[in-house]
Design a protein around this ligand. Structure first.
Ligand code: HEC
Ligand code: CU
Length: 332
């Protein structure tokens, strides 16, 4: 591994490197720039050099060259090798950035014209601000309630589309405490340029202090639990045998058998879809009786419901509910 400080103090014109992937993104970028400069200089030098060397006065008659197999192989294999190197390097980095590590704390983000709304599992809500601890993997589960947006933190070298109708994810680990830019990098309407905010990376101890305040409304899962009752989900999903709907306890992350014989793993997107378009995937052994809640629940309420369903433990299990580990900082 190349140490963090190799590229810091940072190159002028570049944002600070404040996440674990920042130098990796920069390293690839600088490599591409260096490669481009190298070939630009090489080709220009050869064009100029040969124009002088083989100018008319010195070479009145052109020498005909019919071709050269070794040369052809050389200038095919070398660029191929370079291209494959770029491909493997970039793909490895891309997969690393696209797949949140298992040990990540989860925070939910809703984008809308023209602001960012943040919900922490512990219950804090923020607008255009995101408080996070340094040195921990943070996984953002994001959705838009209107048009396409994009969540970008240049100092972390991360950016991901935030789209309506589906959760997308972005993860990072901040390396230095500080306040960093948060931009929407997808033109999303007249006040797009005002869709900005800040990411406040805090020392873990300071973050614990921050987390202990502002939870008057209860944890996100407890908000979800209230909705689960008030929307009547509980009447069908009581968890008892013989209930009208399937038992949701302990199902998160597990495959669900559907009536058409296929299976689907219960993840955040599946829970959301189950609430908005229950008919899309019918659980085996049940009728299509679940009403749609489309238009009745906001994206934020959906997130609370998802967080609640996700944390439901199998009956009789002594495991702590989802909201509790979040306080110790071990939410999945
Ligand atoms: C009228 C009864 C009824 C109500 C009310 C109801 N559901 Fe359902 N739900 C069902 C039935 C039946 C299924 C299985 C058939 C299907 O997939 O549509 C189901 C399926 C689901 C699934 C997928 C379960 C799995 O095992 O894959 C989820 C998640 C879910 N419901 C959540 C909710 C939530 C959240 C609410 C409240 C907003 C709710 N349901 C309200 C009856 C209901
Ligand atoms: Cu936007």
């Amino acid at each position: 591994m190349i140490p963090d400080h190799l590229f810091s103090p940072h190159f002028p014109f570049f944002p600070e490197q404040a996440s674990t992937v920042a130098w990796q993104v920069d390293a690839l970028y600088f490599f591409l720039v260096a490669l481009t400069i190298f070939f630009t200089v090489l080709v220009s030098a050869m064009v100029i050099g040969f124009s002088i060397k083989y100018r008319k006065e010195k070479n009145p008659v052109a020498t005909q060259i019919e071709g050269s197999v070794p040369l052809e192989i050389f200038w095919t294999v070398v660029p191929l090798g370079i291209s494959l190197l770029i491909y493997v390097w970039a793909a490895t980095l891309y997969f690393h950035m696209e797949r949140p590590p298992k040990e990540s704390m989860q925070i939910y983000v809703v984008g809308k014209q023209w602001m960012w709304k943040v919900q922490h599992p512990t219950g804090q809500r923020e607008i255009n601000q995101l408080h996070i601890p340094v040195g921990r993997n943070v996984r953002l589960t994001m959705i838009s309630q209107d048009v396409l947006h994009s969540f970008s933190v240049p100092e972390f070298r991360v950016k991901h589309e935030v789209i309506p109708g589906r959760y997308t994810e972005l993860w990072f680990q901040a390396t230095k405490p500080g306040t960093y830019h948060l931009f929407c990098t997808q033109y999303c309407g007249t006040k797009h340029s005002g869709m900005i905010g800040e990411v406040i990376a805090m020392d873990p101890n300071a973050y614990e202090v921050w987390l202990s305040g502002g939870t008057e409304g209860g944890s996100l899962a407890s908000t979800g639990e209230k909705l689960f009752t008030s929307l009547g989900c509980i009447t069908c999903h009581s968890g008892e045998s013989g209930a009208r709907g399937p038992n949701l306890n302990g199902q998160f992350g597990h495959p669900q058998k559907l009536s058409d014989g296929t299976t689907v793993v219960m993840d955040e997107n599946y829970i959301r879809e189950s609430i908005l378009t229950p008919q899309a995937k019918i659980v085996a052994g049940f009728g299509p009786i679940m009403p749609t809640f489309s238009g009745q629940v906001s994206e934020e309420s959906l997130i609370a419901l998802v967080a609640y369903v996700k944390g439901l433990q199998p009956a009789g299990s002594t495991a702590v509910p989802a909201a509790a580990p979040a306080k110790q900082g071990k939410t999945q």
